[in-house]
Design a protein around this ligand. Structure first.
Ligand code: HEM
Ligand code: HEM
Length: 241
């Protein structure tokens, strides 16, 4: 199964893969713009310190989405995006690991923000499916980064170990990314459900509800585009035709 993901160095990004990389970039920009418009224009803005505790909450979706979904997507795609402008293998590897570090840092700050919001607004922690999957996702993301750093960068495993580890790294990396995309869906749904309940009773078909649902849809399509852009379909694997 791990063979499904291309592990070698030659990412030309040609044909459908190249088109999907482009689609993913466009969706990544759209998702970023949409979540910022939602939290700044409709929800009043962003702050890590404020008397208005809602502003502290607002930093959570923005940082989680830009970190664990958008920057993570760009990190995953970097081998293919950068091969189109022909950078060296070493530069691509450093870009990939640095972008994943930025994603992790933004995600960590986003989790800190929502715990701070809960503490200051006197709301209990870790009561929802979204929060449980969220803790598992950020922990796996950090673990994956550390293991990959030790294996592929410093001190670096032997050539044979790296060769057999790379398809597993790519497959497990995509799975962690898929968890982040799925959990963002749960987060948008949960927040919109809160907003539609009393006392706010946000309109079910109003502009804000549509924006939140369409943002989640764009995020889902971004996840699909990243998986399609990195999958390496191999017809020789199938024997039962
Ligand atoms: C994509 C990665 C995301 C991760 C890993 C994540 C993680 C978490 C975690 C761990 C908590 C629990 C905080 C606590 O118990 O004090 C939480 C809370 C929350 N998150 Fe997210 N989140 C993500 C994205 C989002 C998005 C995009 C939204 C959209 C609005 C969102 C909405 C919420 C809400 C409403 C809460 C408070 C209620 C609750 O604890 O379930 N999250 N998140
Ligand atoms: C949580 C963090 C990470 C995730 C989610 C992740 C995910 C991925 C994915 C999905 C691929 C396949 C890309 C493709 O097929 O085009 C990949 C390739 C790779 N990653 Fe990571 N990665 C992470 C961190 C790291 C780190 C820290 C390193 C350290 C150098 C690293 C080294 C590599 C290497 C060497 C490849 C193979 C590139 C090639 O095809 O030659 N990754 N990663």
């Amino acid at each position: 199964m791990a063979q499904l993901i291309k592990g070698g160095g030659g990412h030309g990004g040609g044909g459908g893969g190249g088109f999907m990389v482009l689609v993913a970039h466009v969706l990544a920009v759209a998702a970023t713009a949409m979540v910022v418009v939602w939290c700044v224009h409709f929800r009043g803005g962003l702050a890590l310190r404020s008397h208005n505790k809602q502003l502290i909450f607002n930093t959570h979706p923005v940082l989680m989405l830009i970190g664990l979904v958008v920057v993570a997507a760009e990190a995953i795609l970097s081998y293919r995006s950068l091969s189109m402008i022909s950078s060296s293998r070493d530069a691509r590897k450093k870009t990939h690991l640095a972008l994943h570090a930025v994603a992790l840092a933004l995600g960590g700050l986003g989790i800190y923000a929502v715990f701070k919001y809960h503490a200051e607004a006197d709301i209990p922690n870790l009561y929802s499916l979204h929060s449980w999957i969220g803790i598992v996702t950020i922990s796996l993301y950090a673990l994956h980064w550390i293991v990959a750093f030790l294996t592929f960068f410093f001190p670096g495993a032997s050539h044979n170990t790296r060769r057999s580890a790379v398809p597993w790294h790519a497959l497990l990396g995509l799975l962690v990314f898929a968890l982040a995309v799925g959990n963002a869906q749960l987060g948008f749904l949960e927040k919109l459900t809160f907003l539609q309940a009393p006392p706010l009773r946000l309109s079910r078909y109003g502009p804000e509800a549509l924006l939140v649902n369409f943002t989640a849809l764009v995020v889902l399509l971004l996840g699909v585009a990243v998986v399609l852009a990195t999958a390496n379909v191999d017809s020789t694997k199938y024997t039962a035709m």
